[in-house]
Ligand binder design. Sequence first.
Ligand code: UD1
Ligand code: CA
Length: 457
Amino acid sequence: MALNTAVILAAGAGTRMKSKIPKVLHKVCGLSMIESVIKEVKSSHIENIIVVIGNGAEAVEEELSDMNVSFVLQKEQLGTGHAVLQAKDSIPDSGDVIVLCGDMPLITQETIKAFMRYHKENNHDISILTAELENPFGYGRIVKDDNGLVNKIVEQKDASEDELLIKEVNSGVYCFKAGILKKHLADIDNRNAQNEYYLTDLIEIGVRNKYDIGAFSLSDPKEIMGVNSRKQLAEAESLMRQRIVEKLMESGVSFIDTSNCYIDKEVEVGMDTVIYPGVILKGKTIIGENCIIGQNSRIENGTIEDNVKIQSSVIIDSIVRKGTNIGPFAYLRPGSSIGQNVKIGDFVEVKNASIGDGSKASHLAYIGDAEVGKNVNIGCGVIFVNYDGKNKNKITVEDDAFIGSNVNLIAPVTVRKRGFVAAGTTVTLEVPDGALCIGREKQKHIKNWVDRKKIKE
Ligand code: UD1
Ligand code: CA
């Protein structure tokens, strides 16, 4: 029977986080915890995903709006059993249902698939994903009888002294035959230390009804880590970071210091690229092969092609094509498209501008709202004056033009092909093809001025 529905619990308050943001929206390596869980579930070929929301429902729904999941509202957070009960009418009568928590960002599709396989191959009515923890504090404990069969799950706050010694814990992930889950959800009561409707009570109910219950113990307990506090959030972040770096190394990426770079979960990096310390790669960044991502660079949603060198620079929502050098201390703001074999040097800021192949802006320039052609030289101190106080206007510099140092190009204006603008010029009119544009006071000399000035003093 195909396992076809997932119910993900994400309504809880997350009181222990001490936050105004709903717990499941806190991020681990760039992805909210709930998004991480959903992505792993989706990759396990489960199409029907129901998310139970409550606390901060609007914000959670908004965050997941393009993920093609359905939502069920749990108005009051009366416990995990009550949460699943709210989804009852949305769960089909046949097939299997996997229940997961939205606060376990380290769970992987491999584990979800293996767990589903275990549930199906053993034809269990209920399966529990468990793990042995050195320090099981806070988790529900798996209580087994002398034959090793699961008897019940007991919560930390309800456990006897003997039960607290048990190291096998409940991950909060379960598989149920849909019919059985739906039949017994309403049997759960709230007679326990927290007066909550515990989903975990279904195990005892299942035992009473002689259902076949299995526990699938994970070899890597890190995956089931639930995040309830800032400390656990930081732990999850660190574990995820390690996992990301290891995966990249397996695919041929080098790191100078694996403990000192911060790469989001969805970032891609090509073979033979070397990542230096202090690098932050965020969002949907894609980096090609054989690049050097130098010290303290931050790239957010950047596309960097092969053989690019970047040093101590910030790149946001921009593209850098093959063989280009960026930095040190360059700032590519959103909408920048830098061609092949370009040089963007120190203290150059580019915003919403395209720069053609082979062009150079080696130092101290601002290039905003512009289209710069191929093999253009932009001298030191050039300013693309794009803003007149009201509107942003466009500047075009065509192929092979030369913009001398300390030039102001006042938008809107165009420098045609091979136009040559002399240093210190303020350009307000179109520069014709191949023309010299020089617009500065003619130099004059006042003889003996220095000596005369001295006498006056
Ligand atoms: C739960 C389990 C515990 C397990 C642990 C694993 C129960 C009773 N206990 O405990 O056995 O070891 O997870 O991490 O299930 N939620 C709702 N609605 C609610 C309450 C919770 O949607 O009314 C959601 C939360 O948003 C969260 C998840 O359910 O994503 C788990 O809730 P949480 O309060 O963190 O449960 P734990 O105490 O950690
Ligand atoms: Ca939890």
